[in-house]
Design a protein around this ligand. Structure first.
Ligand code: CS2
Length: 471
């Protein structure tokens, strides 16, 4: 088999069955600057921009910025920004090659090229997937520096779209920029407020980190080596607030299947609490029981029932998305997609940053309506058990979390001082918020389930909870 690398030069060798870009990149004229060049962006937004480019609108080429790691950026450069995406669903498998990635940089070592791109005449959008923990003053300073130059050069405003799994992500990003700006930045801030739009947006597509299995499958399907190949599902959704620097973009995005709406909030909350909330619960259960992938977890009847009940009984009552039952059923199907190989440890990564958006709003909602929050309490107990960094067979795993030391310190003595460990974990306002951190009812139910988890094990406890009736 050919050992040739996928790139613009070898692209013509691709089999006809692989959809590849017909347009030529113009690297100096990228219209979108994307911060956070991970797997997600490449299999989601870059594919929407690819549709616009295919239709002949050349303003949507992407300048992708890796925030810290040069590894992926170097591989993408060697492939002229090309990579394949395997899209697998119930109707079969298809490979696509988006051609939207025209330019790349690494923020830490090529800061000036990012600043230049923010101020470039061709840039119209900045999109961000920098993860929950990426919303720091360092990020804001980078944006402010670029916006200062843009403002001084008298360029038009930008649409700056945060696409991370945070409620009100657009508002959060704008607030972070204002909070970081110094008095000298006042003119640039005034200009930004007048000319730039910060739409909130909800993005959804399950895109696991690439694995050697996908790289090998790509080689077979493409007949070329692709070090950057990805695997994803058929489903994708992008809901974005109708708030753009150039209002004409609303119609263009809508034509590509993006939902442009004034009501992004109801989609955000449903996605964060149903999809991401279930993901975190399953990921932690999977890590502690020694199951590798989400599909392995949802493939177990008791875990599937747990997730169904979590969503129907404790999440749905507080959602404003009316079609939640269809959404729930579709999610269960998506979690079971055998091609995704979505590692539980990948999702458990940064749990301390993810849980606050995913679980507490539903628990508080249940408390306010005097209803039970047992499934979330069990999930919180599993989180504590997870901090032992060792599964139920005794196999060690690493916790990958900015709070790793404090979490492991809290969890270390949970076998001998269970109540103290639960108390210390639940006292953390950064995880649960002020109200939940002070709740005796929450403490009591998480303690109860923690005791079950330690003594009966996760599977027996999950089976047990699914046989109980709660009101
Ligand atoms: C996952 C998300 O890793 C995680 O925390 O829950 O990446 C999830 O796969 C996406 O949000 C799906 O749209």
């Amino acid at each position: 088999m050919s050992e040739l690398l996928l790139c613009r030069e070898t692209q013509s060798r691709l089999p006809k069955s692989v959809q590849s870009p017909s347009y030529q990149p113009i690297p100096s004229a990228a219209g979108v600057l994307h911060l956070g060049l991970g797997a997600f962006h490449r299999a989601h937004q870059a594919m929407v921009f690819d549709q616009l480019l295919r239709a002949g609108d050349m303003r949507w080429g992407v300048h992708g910025v890796g925030m810290t790691q040069p590894g992926l950026v170097n591989k993408l450069r060697a492939q002229d920004g090309l990579y394949a995406v395997r899209i697998a669903g119930s109707k079969g498998i298809e490979w696509q090659l988006p051609g939207a990635l025209w330019q790349t940089s690494v923020a830490t070592t090529e800061r000036q090229s990012v600043i230049k791109a923010i101020s470039a005449a061709s840039t119209r959008w900045i999109t961000l997937t920098v993860t929950e923990k990426g919303y720091t003053p360092t990020l804001a300073q980078l944006l402010i520096e670029g916006l200062r130059v843009r403002c001084a050069e008298g360029r038009p405003g930008l649409t700056i779209a945060s696409c991370d799994n945070l409620q009100g992500n657009g508002h959060k990003l704008k607030a972070l920029i204002h909070a970081t700006a110094t008095p000298q930045d006042a003119p640039a801030m005034k200009w930004m407020d007048a000319h730039c739009a910060f739409p909130c947006s909800m993005v959804d597509r399950i895109v696991p980190a690439a694995t050697p299995e996908v790289t090998n499958a790509a080689k077979t399907a493409l007949g070329l080596v692709d070090e950057c190949a990805l695997s994803t599902e058929t489903f994708w959704e992008w809901v974005i607030e109708d708030n753009f620097a150039d209002p004409a973009d609303a119609a263009l995005l809508s034509q590509c299947g993006v939902r442009v709406t004034a009501h992004v909030h109801s989609y955000e909350e449903a996605k964060l609490r149903m999809l991401n909330g279930s993901h975190s619960a399953m990921a932690l259960m999977g890590a502690v029981t020694g199951r590798a992938y989400i599909a392995d977890c949802i493939g177990e009847d008791h875990i599937r029932q747990f997730v169904e009940r979590l969503m129907s009984q404790e999440v749905a009552p507080h959602l404003s998305r009316a079609d939640w039952a269809n959404y729930r059923d579709a999610l269960i199907q998506r979690f079971g997609n055998p091609f995704l190989k979505h590692s539980v440890h990948q999702i458990a990564t940064d749990s301390s940053q993810k849980i606050p958006q995913r679980w507490p709003p539903s628990v508080l909602g249940q408390m306010a309506s005097n209803a039970s929050f047992e499934h979330h309490a069990l999930a919180a107990a599993v989180f504590l058990r997870y901090t032992l960094a060792k599964d139920e067979q005794g196999k060690a795993y690493a916790l990958n979390d900015p709070q790793v030391s404090s979490l492991m310190a809290i969890g270390a003595n949970q076998a001998t001082e269970p109540h103290e460990s639960v108390r210390a974990l639940l006292a953390r306002e950064d995880l649960w918020g002020k109200e939940l951190a002070a709740s005796a009812a929450w403490l009591s139910r998480v303690s109860y389930w923690h005791d079950q988890v330690l003594h009966q094990g996760i599977d027996a406890t999950v089976k047990y909870i699914t046989q109980q009736e709660f009101s």
